[in-house]
Design a protein around this ligand. Structure first.
Ligand code: BG6
Length: 492
């Protein structure tokens, strides 16, 4: 679509910013909080960058009032945060920790008093350790039951105060990292277990949404999904097919289940053939397909897309002869052990996109990909969308007590324009929550990779002063919010 003039942002558009409990709160052993899988994982040698952890993080647990005062100063309309499950139910099930509940009540009240809409994420990766130890976490249905009870508690406590709810953050990312690449807890390498855990999370998500619709009828709930559009490297039909496979496997595999209760047909058949498709009980299928268990909106986290070509195992080229494909190659599906008689099934091969620039961390900068994302997701599922994450990770430097992050401003401005174009195309977008409000712990990059509008003096030795300093992007975003997205210029 081409537009001579872009539509205005809706008057009630939620200009926001995001965070996650483990990445900001600290106070991991305080006031009765139980341990999460990340409390242990980050302390095992070699798992995180320079051994960094969220033990202190940016100490938001103690400094939340100061942080919300900064949000108010900025004029933020919405703040997305996550609840640490083990802070309010230390073992993940059973006894409730009143002090943990009190913390989130205080946080939410403080936001409401500052006229900031709270957006509550129920699960941002920090599974209570006890559930991992007792039941192998998401590999078992007991964890689904525990999540349902946790959800019930959250809805009862906060249902009258919070309208927007996110069930699960980036299920595609944490199941892949936890079970395929083994770079997040529980640090396993099994696509079969990934599929099993993933299926249980789908059921947990559906159960929670159904319950929400009974307990919080005026609210809106949905998962936040890490979406990336899938481009074909060339117009070679084989590459196009590879990009379709990638879309099915990277996006539809999750979004279809959330919104329709059905796993995408082609992938499912492929996974059954590989012996990695979990069994779905009739009871599970029923809850997945129940319209009351489907989301009211979709949270979309957007950083970049991906480019794909026919898998080079299928189509060997001179250069690919030099490449080594092994069992952990994420784009090569191989049969699980015991089914070695099955041939390798190559789905797609990920390649660089020569049309886009990259961030300091090698992530593609692709604002048009955001517009494509919004269009594809809206066209397919016809649900309102909230952008629940989008941002630029960089090495920010302080000079004369200031942080001049003009590169972040230009990144965000480009994405905001792409979002406005999508709105003008006709996509229903509720809000935009940039990642992140303050600097915070990057799961695998420690305190080196920063995303915030507010600089926090924290470092990889975890002994910073924790002082907050608004960056140049803070004042810019303030202007963006005040003008309801009309003024994106980077000048005072
Ligand atoms: C998203 C997560 O995947 O990306 C966030 O939801 C995360 O928790 C963000 O911090 C940025 O990732 P990274 O690895 O650059 O810190």
């Amino acid at each position: 679509m081409f537009h001579k003039k872009l539509d205005d942002f809706p008057t009630d558009f939620l200009w926001g910013a995001s965070s996650a409990a483990y990445q900001i709160e600290g106070a991991t052993g305080e006031d009765g909080k139980g341990k999460s899988i990340w409390d242990v994982y980050s302390h095992e040698k070699g798992n995180t960058y320079k051994g960094t952890s969220g033990d202190i993080a940016v100490d938001h647990y103690h400094k939340y009032k100061e942080d919300i005062a900064l949000m108010k100063k900025m004029g933020l309309k919405a703040y997305r945060f996550s609840v640490s499950w083990s802070r309010i139910i230390p073992d993940g099930e059973g006894k409730v920790n009143a002090k943990g509940l009190q913390f989130y009540h205080s946080l939410i009240d403080e936001l409401i008093n500052a006229k900031i809409e709270p957006v509550l994420t129920m699960y941002h990766w920090d599974l209570p350790l006890a559930l991992q130890e007792k039941y192998d976490g998401w590999e078992s249905t007991e964890t689904v039951e525990a999540f349902k009870n946790y959800a019930k508690l959250l809805f009862r406590e906060f249902g009258t105060k919070v309208k927007y709810w996110v069930t699960i953050n980036e299920q595609n990312v944490f199941t892949s990292m936890g079970y395929r690449w083994g770079t997040h807890p529980p640090k396993k390498h099994s696509i079969k277990l990934m599929m099993l855990a993933n299926h249980h999370i789908n059921v947990a998500n559906a159960e929670a949404i159904k319950l929400f619709h009974q307990m919080v009828p005026d609210g809106m709930i949905g998962p936040s999904f890490g979406y990336g559009p899938t481009y074909a490297k060339t117009s070679d039909p084989e590459d196009v097919l590879a990009s379709i496979n990638a879309n099915d496997f990277n996006n539809n595999w999750w979004l279809d289940v959330y919104c329709t209760g059905k796993y995408p047909f082609f992938c499912k058949k492929q996974f059954e053939k590989l012996g990695i498709m979990p069994e779905i009980t009739p009871k599970e299928q029923k809850i997945l397909e129940d319209p009351e268990a489907h989301p009211d909106f979709l949270g979309i986290n957007y950083y970049h897309g991906g480019t794909f070509q026919q898998n080079r195992i299928q189509k060997v080229t001179e250069s690919s002869k030099q490449e080594k494909f092994d069992k952990t190659d994420p784009y090569l599906m191989q049969p699980e052990e015991g089914r070695a008689d099955e041939p390798e099934i190559a789905m797609f091969n990920s390649v660089e996109n020569s049309y886009v620039n990259k961030t300091q961390w090698g992530w593609e900068k692709d604002p048009t990909g955001l517009r494509i994302t919004l269009r594809q997701v809206y066209e397919k599922y016809q649900l309102p969308i909230m952008i629940t994450e989008n941002g630029l990770g960089a090495h920010d430097e302080i000079e004369n007590g200031q942080i001049d992050d003009d590169y972040r401003i230009s990144y965000l401005a480009d994405h905001i324009i792409a979002m406005q174009e999508a709105i003008t195309d006709g996509v229903d977008i509720l809000g935009y929550c940039a990642w992140s409000f303050t600097d915070l712990l990057s799961w695998l990059n420690g305190y080196s990779k920063r995303y915030g509008f507010v600089y926090v003096d924290q470092n990889n030795q975890e002994n910073g002063s924790l002082k907050r300093i608004p960056k140049r992007s803070f004042y810019w975003y303030k202007k963006v919010i005040r003008s309801n997205g009309k003024d994106l210029e980077d000048k005072e």
